[in-house]
Design a protein around this ligand. Structure first.
Ligand code: DON
Length: 311
């Protein structure tokens, strides 16, 4: 068992918290700008049901880009790998998460992976259902099953705030629609509604750690024994987390930390230590690439102290 007590975890949180002063809360989605820069919390969820935590773990955060791994798992389950990978690639980009540049320079115009915004918009447009309401509901039910928490919802304020300001994502959608990676009959405003609701799904660190745990255990909920995500799909998601989960910082993260992880601009990080445990972190001060600055420091300390690198 790597980390034995919440006190051990608290000491690591206090050490990592020093970094928050070097980061900045995301404010390009206006509602996210309200977060406290020096916040930092973590939860670790073990397969036997034990949880360790430190910081204000009751505080809720929106998933933002962390939701991209979850929608990917759902769409792979709905549509199968062949259909999904016709529309989105498997390669890291080396570009910022919201970049449009490769869509124009690569032929065919296909987003390089599902964890950049362009790829995630394509994946979200493939969520089954007739209406936005039905489709967000399907995603929420899936998240509720992963977290074992039926109270999970999306934050309307954050969803609206992003919907009203998301010009770059709209540009990506129209570009992708022009090039047939987003189906011609797709209403982009409705897609933006669904995408911004998806990104605004709200939960605490314990919930996040529990999702990480299901991925860590190859898609099995270790408490009920139920295979929530087919093992093959959990493996694909974890592989993307390693190669693209921390955007254009994924290579350095793999070398220094070596844990499949996915970040979001709210300051969340979900980690899945294969076969061992799930991690949920919230630290809203971000580095220049949009990853939680103290969250990364904390994972670095955990990985070094407890030899968690999978490589
Ligand atoms: O689409 C966006 O810009 C946000 N809803 C999510 C971006 C994000 O979390 C990138 N993370 N590092």
């Amino acid at each position: 068992m790597p980390c034995q007590s919440s006190d051990e975890l608290k000491a690591l949180v206090e050490e990592a918290r020093n970094c928050t002063k070097n980061g900045k809360v995301a404010d390009y989605i206006p509602a996210l700008g309200k977060a406290r820069e020096d916040d930092l919390s973590i939860a670790i969820h073990y397969p036997d049901g034990r949880c360790l935590s430190a910081g204000d773990i009751e505080k809720k955060i929106t998933l933002q880009s962390i939701s991209k791994v979850i929608s990917l798992a759902l769409v792979l389950m709905d549509r199968g790998q062949d259909d999904v990978f016709k529309h989105v690639g498997m390669e890291p980009t080396g570009d910022p998460f919201n970049s449009i540049v490769k869509l124009e320079t690569m032929a065919p115009t296909k987003p390089l992976n599902p964890l950049i915004n362009a790829g995630a918009l394509v994946v979200t447009h493939m969520i089954n259902g007739d209406t936005v309401k039905e489709r967000i509901q399907r995603l929420l039910v899936f998240v509720q099953e992963l977290t074992k928490d039926a109270t999970i919802r999306y934050c309307e304020e954050v969803a609206r705030s992003e919907f009203e300001t998301s010009y770059l994502n709209r540009a990506l959608c129209y570009f992708l629609k022009q090039h047939k990676m987003i189906a011609e009959n797709t209403d982009i405003e409705q897609l933006m509604e669904l995408y911004t609701m998806q990104c605004a799904i709200e939960m605490n660190c314990l919930n996040l750690a529990r999702i990480g745990l299901v991925f860590a255990m190859d898609g099995i909920d270790p408490q009920s024994g139920k295979q929530i995500i087919p093992a093959d799909i959990a493996r694909i998601c974890k592989t993307f987390m390693v190669t693209c989960g921390m955007y254009n910082a994924s290579g350095e993260f793999a070398i220094k930390i070596g844990i499949p992880a996915k970040s979001g601009v709210s300051g969340g990080i979900m980690g899945a230590v294969p076969g061992k445990f799930g991690i949920g972190i919230f630290g809203p001060a971000l580095d220049e690439k949009g990853n939680s600055i103290a969250g990364i420091k904390l994972l670095e300390l955990l990985s070094k102290n407890y030899k968690l690198s999978m490589f």
